[in-house]
Design a protein around this ligand. Sequence first.
Ligand SMILES: *[C@@H]1O[C@H](CO)[C@@H](O)[C@H](O)[C@H]1NC(C)=O
Ligand SMILES: *[C@@H]1O[C@H](CO)[C@@H](O)[C@H](O)[C@H]1NC(C)=O
Length: 503
Amino acid sequence: MKLPVLLLFTPIISAQLPLCPNYADYSKTRHPPFTSGIHSLPFQRPPPHCRTFNSSAVESHIVQLKSEIADPDLAQLFENAWPNTLDTAVRWFGRGAEDDEELAFIVTGDINAMWLRDSAAQVRAYLRVLEPDHEGEEPSVGYKVGKAEGDTASLAALFRGVINLQARYILSSPFCNAFQPPAEAGIPRGVNEFAMADAVAPPPNGETVFECKFEIDSLAAFLHLSADYHDATHHTAFFSSAKNWLPAIRTILSTLRTMQSPTYDPQNGTVLPAGYTFQRQTTRATETTDNDGRGHPARRTGMVRTAFRPSDDAAALPYNIPGNMMIVTGLARAATIADAVGDKSLADKMRALQGEIDEAVKKFGIVPILTESGDIERVYAYEVDGFGSALHMDDANVPSLLSIPLLGYSSSTDEVYLRTRARVLSPEGNGYLMRGPALSAVGGPHVGPGWAWPMASIVRVLTAEMDDEIRGELKALVGSTSGLGLVHESVNTQDGGQWTRQR
Ligand SMILES: *[C@@H]1O[C@H](CO)[C@@H](O)[C@H](O)[C@H]1NC(C)=O
Ligand SMILES: *[C@@H]1O[C@H](CO)[C@@H](O)[C@H](O)[C@H]1NC(C)=O
């Protein structure tokens, strides 16, 4: 998200302890102790009394993994970056005014707003140490209470808080991507200077919305986050008793159905209602959409159109293939929750839509391409329009083509995936592959040519089969922090001292 620093963290005042620094500033200087590694990386966690959420499960996992990682710089990078959401971004955790539901407002780094995609990914990082904290349900064997002494709340409660707040947001404005603090938090609403003059239809709720870009992966993120929590805790009672969860799923289904609609009536060529339009006053082409807010024309395929990508940049063609894949796997996973709560008719509707989209991804998303040697090979396109146009590129933000196995859509040894991956990672096959001495990785139009995204290096590690590739990427990653020991948003490939953001 390319937005200015809008609202800095309010310092937490406490008896004798020093005021808490603004983390965006704090993280720009190196703090001791330094590692004995070649980069002598600093310790960048904020002081304990300034951390925004405590989890003993996370602390013990850090101790354990640090002892297992041989390279001191890599271990330090992990220790700094992994707890960063809990350390800095849980802006508020509390209860809903109406029915006492848990709510967690998790901000996107330096912006005082909660993105659906980002907050889901931010807590998903702790999935490995997520344990049930409720009584009486499965798994009865090995049952442990997830909240330990000294913790404010359990990680499970944090997950529920994010799910509850996201459900509320989705019901309020299902086409939007980023939201304001809930009224209960008593936090002043953020001002989004870029969005002041946005013309959006359907009109978003001005009280709750920070920005209203329709991004297919925002809704997919909610489906996956819900399934992550259910898979790890088997806490079905949460989903049946949560006031907003089932209604949010129904809203997601109708929103996705709306965005399956094509531009023209196939019989008589009438221009159909767009479902969603967005226009912004801007000098950046990727911050607004063409055709007066409706985007490039779409033929009906069965896939769901998106106006914006997971980078918050405008889509060039309406059907984003990785985004549709993420919806397919998200619907499949969340349908098992609908089954578990006993809403078979909803589960059936979810699976029907899943099937339609999946069939269309396979029919329209895999396209023949002429290789350098004159052969024809079939690869996944990044975006298509159903008329035969296909955009071949990848973007660092997940869902991306590189991340397909992480979306659960195919295995990392699937042939179409492997061919697609090879193109994404080749300078001949992806105009957004950024190369240079500081870092070589996929980037994107969000920061622009010449800026490689460490996030794409991480996705490459997580989808690689060969040890050499993993080792090489990890080495590059550890060297791409400008000595600051955190993961930047992007790095200038020619000069590692120049970077955007870090977390
Ligand atoms: C986390 O624990 C520290 C003590 O280690 C405490 O000062 C701080 O207030 C706690 N943070 C929260 C959000 O409970
Ligand atoms: C075009 O066809 C649709 C049904 O396919 C119909 O609802 C609509 O009224 C028609 N429009 C015109 C202008 O004929």
